[in-house]
Write a protein that binds this ligand. Structure first.
Ligand code: SF4
Length: 467
């Protein structure tokens, strides 16, 4: 998998010695010759200065992905229902079935959205919903088959491990154990048109955290088991992590550790039979607006006090655990993403999270280990419900990647390059008036009327505040 070999300049060990690390060990790490252990990952997280850590993650990224190209995909998030049996405390999207603004999209509404996506050169949909007990298996099969009949070229990247766990509960499929039941549902949905499985619902795997924030949602083991079954059946999937709430730093590394461990298992057990694996890891900070979890007070450390999540993650006890949040800003985000690049040595792609962090931090993330800017965002409902409302066109996403020092390239779901924008016909290079590149209003399901939007254009990327 390695594309390049990294070497230090004669007088620059990327700060290894200054940070107390052996330069030879760091060189081996950056070239994928040694594996980062959990203890060392924690030490790096806590002690290495941000920009030094960024240089390490960037060097590792360049070994895997080269110096030239960074990618994006054109897809559309479609949230087919907001009715959900779970009550995650970080969620502002879910509704009970009898609430006024509960919705389930019709097949016609969904295919119309896909036609709009096709019109701008889109290649895939990311379709996820709440866990709606009213929808039978046949509803999903008919939906997928209908999408494929009208749009055979569109890759359907849909559902998530928590949805699959609830599918098993709702549909009661045949099978003697969870894996067999999951396989049955997977095969039915794959036959109807499901192409791959996104990594939604990962949040933080550590049980104490999950118990507090993911009410009614599957356990980490169930989440990982769904992915294992998907891999066994030949699917590519992704893994995610939502951090910056009640968890400890060690919980983040533990989360990455489970992804790495189960990825090893999938590769070892299934790769030679055409099995799948995690193609990407994407992490983002918790967005607090309109959520129960977000109403918790921000942690204000007293002298000598450790964050309660760190105490719990270290095996201690804290009465304050789950009662305060430690929100993550840009530096925490970049640090966490950089560690994920160094730690997840068996996951090829690390995605920048501009949807939550904003386009310009997303751009900086390309120098902190990310090789992919993710998707042009035509529509987003889940994170937007918690207050995040960024929106980019293809021209803008290309502009951001190019200004960060890379060639933008459109990719497909399995990270194959579709178009490398190295000529004058590139989407961003055709723009003659950037003032016209205004942000579009994000499509938000459940809104009954057109709501005015306040648009601020700043240096080629836009922020849209939905009022
Ligand atoms: S995050 Fe997903 S599973 Fe949890 S309540 Fe919201 S819609 Fe339901």
């Amino acid at each position: 998998m390695t594309s390049f070999t990294f070497d230090f300049d004669s007088c620059d060990d990327l700060g290894a010695a200054a940070c107390g690390f052996d330069a030879g060990w760091l060189l081996a790490l950056l070239n994928g010759q040694v594996r980062l252990d959990t203890e060392t990952a924690m030490r790096i997280y806590r002690t290495v200065p941000l920009f030094t850590l960024g240089r390490w993650a960037d060097a590792r990224c360049r070994v895997l992905h080269g110096n030239a190209i960074r990618t994006y995909v054109i897809d559309r998030n479609i949230n087919y229902t907001n009715v959900c049996t779970a009550r995650c405390t970080f969620c502002a999207f879910r509704r009970d079935g009898d609430e006024d603004d509960a919705y389930t999209l019709s097949a016609k509404q969904i295919t119309t959205k896909i036609s709009e996506l096709s019109a701008i050169g889109g290649t895939q949909i990311l379709m996820q919903g709440g866990m709606n007990p009213e929808l039978p298996l046949s509803w999903y099969e008919e939906l997928l088959a209908g999408i494929k009949a009208e749009n055979p070229h569109i890759h359907i990247h849909a559902f998530s491990p928590p949805e699959f766990i609830e599918f098993v509960r709702f549909f009661d499929p045949p099978g003697t154990d969870l894996e067999a039941k999951l396989s049955y549902v997977f095969k039915r949905l794959m036959k109807a048109g499901l192409d791959s499985l996104p990594g939604g619902g990962g949040e933080i795997f550590a049980l104490p955290v999950r118990r507090k924030i993911g009410l009614g949602k599957c356990t980490a083991e169930q989440w990982l088991t769904v992915m294992r079954v998907a891999h066994r059946l030949g699917m590519y999937t992704s893994a995610t992590m939502m951090f910056g709430h009640i968890e400890g730093i060690a919980d983040r590394i533990h989360h990455m550790g489970l992804v790495r461990q189960w990825q090893d298992r999938s590769i070892n057990d299934f790769a030679r039979y055409g099995g799948g694996r995690y193609k990407a890891f994407i992490s983002w900070p918790f967005q607090r607006e309109n959520t129960p979890l977000g109403r918790l007070p921000e942690w204000e450390p007293q002298a000598g006090e450790e964050f309660p999540g760190d105490v719990i993650a270290a095996g201690g006890h804290s009465d304050r655990f789950g009662k305060v949040v430690r929100m993550a800003g840009a530096t925490e985000y970049l640090r966490t993403q950089a560690i994920s690049r160094l730690y997840l040595d068996n996951v090829h792609s690390i995605g920048a999270s501009w949807v939550t962090m904003g386009p310009h931090i997303g751009q900086v993330a390309l120098s902190f280990g990310a090789n992919d800017m993710g998707s042009v965002m035509m529509e987003e409902n889940v994170v937007s419900a918690a207050g995040t409302t960024y929106c980019l066109t293809e021209q803008l996403i290309c502009h951001l990647i190019r200004n960060a020092g890379f060639l933008p390239a459109q990719r497909n779901n399995v990270y194959n390059l579709l178009r490398v924008h190295d000529g004058p016909e590139s989407p961003d290079l055709l723009v003659t008036d950037w003032s016209q590149q205004r942000a579009r209003e994000l499509a938000i399901e459940g809104r009954t009327e057109t709501t005015p939007v306040e648009v601020t254009v700043s240096a080629g990327a836009d922020r849209v505040a939905i009022q």
